[in-house]
Design a protein around this ligand. Structure first.
Ligand SMILES: C[S@@+](CC[C@H](N)C(=O)[O-])C[C@H]1O[C@@H](n2cnc3c(N)ncnc32)[C@H](O)[C@@H]1O
Length: 288
């Protein structure tokens, strides 16, 4: 498998920084569902929070605004600068910024933060190192970990949908790599580059996409109690883009739809494909 080149990844995320908050498809729904879970877990024992892969601060800045002591950690200096500007404009003094790599949080001791949030990127985009990144976030958490990671079911669907662009007579090797190991990289197979034309710098990856059972065993090996482990946003993926576009512009139905999406993940189909965009598996776990 292709090793992760973090200098290359940093430059790629830097190139994406200005676009980070432009939502497409069901991203807004996935974010609203994550906010629900975070708010539910902000119990009185939570005071200091590390957010890994915090990007432009869509979670870290409001959490600092709510009074939590925040450390905003990210690989991309451009993402951090955008978040820092927001914090300065809001005159927030309870947030600090740290550039670094999620696979190495050694600047922090074990159990340093009441809560560690690591969502949507700083694990799955480590590719072959993704499990290392999960273990690091768990290590530095004192009470709670909230994480979202790429959903293998959804990644597989995306790959199969574009398969015909490459070869209408044969399933491409990347589909099998996703099926078998959950791994993707633009440089993994010669035809992969064709699939990511039009993405930022015609590039996407590395990605490690998980199954729910795979994630469960990593957390259990670390001795964590799992409070929630489900796909997230599957209903919006099943409903399709046209329906989602109409819901997002309908202020009367939006909140009720978020309720339905949340219930779908918890009561109807907890091991499904997750949202179309953004990481589609969520885990909430406690350190005992
Ligand atoms: C898609 S954004 C997600 C932003 C935010 N967490 C959210 O959920 O909306 C992914 C972020 O993860 C960061 N990232 C990617 N790989 C990382 C790594 N190895 N270490 C730290 N941050 C990383 C990127 O720079 C980017 O800011």
């Amino acid at each position: 498998m292709v090793n992760t080149d973090y200098e290359h990844e940093k430059n790629w995320w830097n190139a994406k920084a200005q676009k980070e908050e432009i939502d497409s498809c069901d991203e807004q729904i996935n974010r609203a569902l994550r906010w629900r879970e975070i708010n539910k877990n902000l119990t009185p024992d939570i005071r200091n929070i590390l957010e890994v892969g915090a990007a432009t601060g869509v979670f870290s800045i409001p959490l600092a605004g709510m009074g939590y002591n925040m450390v905003h950690f990210d690989l991309s200096n451009e993402m951090i600068e955008l978040a820092r500007d927001k914090a300065d404009r809001m005159k927030l003094s309870n947030i600090s910024f740290q550039q670094g790599n999620s696979i190495d949080l050694s600047i922090y001791e074990d159990n340093s933060f009441d809560m560690v949030i690591n969502m949507d990127g700083a694990i799955s985009f480590c590719g072959v190192d993704a499990v290392k990144a999960i273990r690091e976030s768990i290590r530095v958490a004192k009470h709670k970990v909230i994480m979202t990671v790429s959903n293998r079911g959804n990644m597989l669907l995306s790959l199969l949908k574009t398969n015909n662009k490459i070869n209408p007579d044969k399933f491409i090797p990347a589909a099998y790599s996703m099926f078998n190991e959950g791994l993707w990289h633009t440089y993994q197979f010669s035809e992969n580059a064709e699939l990511v034309k039009g993405c930022t710098n015609d590039y996407l990856g590395p990605i490690k996409a998980f199954t729910i059972e795979e994630l469960r065993s990593i957390f259990e090996d670390e001795g964590m109690r799992i409070d929630r482990l489900t796909s997230i946003g599957s209903l919006s993926n099943h409903c399709g883009k046209e329906f989602i576009d109409s819901i997002i512009s309908n202020i009367k139905l939006f909140d009720e739809y978020i309720d339905l999406c949340d219930r779908y993940d918890k009561e109807i189909c907890s091991d499904s494909i997750g949202s179309a965009q953004r990481a589609g598996i969520i885990i909430v776990a406690s350190k005992l």
